[in-house]
Design a protein around this ligand. Structure first.
Ligand code: CMP
Length: 158
């Protein structure tokens, strides 16, 4: 292969690799919690999701059983807020949502805002709709492995 061809092939490979790294399409799990469903702001939150370029690949309204909630939040078992969290999460319906976009996990967490609504940035879902650290309107997976597990638990056929 001549020098010119080698160089153009190398440039092509570099651009393809950089492009893939730049536009890493990720999946994440999002949830609109019972407080936000009860106060009828689920539609507004779904609009925020769409306006921020997420693809909603699955969505369902469901109510967690005690066992669902305990499994979903098993990482928090033993913490002082665990029982209250399970009680809250089983208190009414939620919207479970599967999302896709580039850097979906970080981007959805940025749009949600801090867990504690008092620390949430302006314009975030929690700043707008959360009323306490427990009643914080939404949930989002915190890492790739967690996203896989949460999506598998709620959307086993996806
Ligand atoms: P979430 O992002 O779904 O992850 C775990 C949830 O536990 C969190 O949102 C809150 O709803 C709840 N949580 C976290 N910390 C506390 C706390 N200190 N007191 C009560 N609830 C909490």
């Amino acid at each position: 292969m001549c020098f010119k061809k080698i160089i153009s092939k190398a440039i092509l490979v570099f651009l393809m690799t950089a492009g893939v790294a730049y536009a890493k399409v990720e999946k994440t799990f999002a949830m609109i919690k019972p407080d936000a469903v009860k106060t009828k702001v689920a539609g507004k939150i779904i609009s925020m999701i769409e306006e921020n370029d997420f693809e909603i690949t699955a969505i369902k309204k469901m109510t967690f059983t005690k066992s669902d909630a305990e499994t979903f939040y098993s990482v928090h078992k033993g913490k002082p807020f665990f029982d209250g969290l399970v009680e809250f999460m089983t208190s009414g319906p939620i919207f479970a949502i599967a999302l896709e976009r580039d850097n979906a996990i970080a981007e959805w967490r940025k749009l949600m805002g801090a867990t504690n609504h008092l620390e949430a940035a302006e314009g975030t879902v929690r700043k707008l709709y959360a009323t306490s650290i427990r009643h914080n309107a939404v949930h989002g997976s915190d890492a790739e492995e967690t996203a896989k597990e949460e999506l598998k638990q709620i959307f086993p056929d996806l």
